[in-house]
Design a protein around this ligand. Structure first.
Ligand SMILES: [Zn+2]
Length: 331
């Protein structure tokens, strides 16, 4: 069997054909996978909807059928895989890879890493999906070349991952960098799913923002009020949608100013559906950041849109096993 790329990938790069890895990204709405080469390039990217009412076995069957299709499309046999890297919604028991994703009720304490290991007979690493997105942006996206970075993703929730001195920071339980539950408005902010009040996530997550906009008279065309639609309406000049993005931008700017002070960051990347809104989000974000980041070292922190879009999670999942010396705990 091919040894894990971790210790060998540098030398493997000079080999004629380094073994590929399987990259997997599992969230509450979709499961995506691709085969990744040693340089992180993805082939055969495929995604399916996550069965919303599936039990553990149905979810596993959906996942393995997706993975089989991806491998077939890329012309890779199971025995040729060097490793599997996987991002999954949290919470999870890390680094064991037992997952209980909030948005996937059918999996509670599901042994995802062990199941993948049994199926593919190779090295498997599972990490929080937001950590993987941050790693993807650091390895090959908007954070590339920086040593100190926070990667934020704003979607159904608000997650993040922290890279300091060139290495992913895990923390005691694998949750470091979870900026979504940094408190930005303890007195007047909305209640948060975590049980607290005024967290960044409570204000800026897509459903929270859409609910706020609707309370102010915004009417989505669709049955679903997505952050993307809010961004599109704001771009079209809808005053409430513009105000909603200002609200999210301000909350992000305040939280990022605190993070910059705590962690001495060079760059913060912001991804997810809402980041498509461009200046309508980043304008208020930078204004709030400038108001609150007053120290010389925090004023140097750059806040930029994420660059990899939907691929960030897969690229980061691949990096867990291809560049584990930077993106996985020292064993
Ligand atoms: Zn919270």
């Amino acid at each position: 069997m091919t040894p894990p790329l971790d210790s060998t990938w540098r030398s493997a790069r000079s080999a004629p054909r380094p073994a590929p890895v399987l990259a997997v990204d599992i969230g509450g709405t979709k499961m995506a996978a691709a085969v990744a080469a040693a340089d992180g390039r993805l082939t055969g990217r495929t995604q399916v909807e996550t069965p919303s009412a599936g039990d553990a076995a149905q979810l596993w069957a959906t996942l393995t059928s997706l993975l089989d299709r991806v491998l077939a499309a890329a012309g890779v046999r199971t025995g040729e895989l060097a490793a599997v890297g996987c991002g999954c919604g949290g919470p999870m028991e890390w680094p064991a890879g037992r997952v209980s994703p909030l948005n996937i009720p059918g999996w509670r304490d599901f042994p995802l890493a062990d199941s993948l290991k049994e199926r593919f007979g190779t090295l498997v690493r599972v990490h929080n999906d937001a950590m993987c997105m941050a790693v993807g942006e650091h390895w090959h996206g908007a954070g590339r070349g920086h040593q100190n970075m926070l990667g934020i993703v704003v979607s159904t929730g608000v997650g993040g991952g922290l890279i300091l001195e060139g290495r992913l920071i895990n923390g005691a339980s694998g949750n470091a960098g979870h900026i979504g539950h940094v408190v930005v408005d303890p007195d007047n902010g909305p209640p948060c799913v975590c049980g607290g009040r005024g967290c960044l996530e409570a204000i800026a997550r897509g459903p929270g923002l859409a609910a706020w906009a609707q309370s102010q008279g915004w009417r989505p065309d669709d049955r679903e009020s997505t952050a993307r639609q809010l961004a599109a309406d704001a771009a079209g000049g809808d005053a409430v949608a513009v105000a909603a993005l200002r609200r999210a931008g301000r909350a992000l700017g305040v939280a990022i100013a605190s993070a910059a002070s705590l962690c001495d960051l060079e760059v913060v990347t912001v991804g997810g559906g809402l980041s498509q809104a461009g200046a309508l989000l980043f304008g208020p974000l930078r204004a709030a950041f400038d108001t609150h980041a007053r120290l010389a070292f925090t004023r140097k922190t750059k806040v930029v849109p994420a660059a990899l879009g939907q691929d960030a999670g897969l690229v980061g999942a691949a990096a867990l096993v291809i560049a584990g010396e930077r993106y996985w705990a020292r064993g």
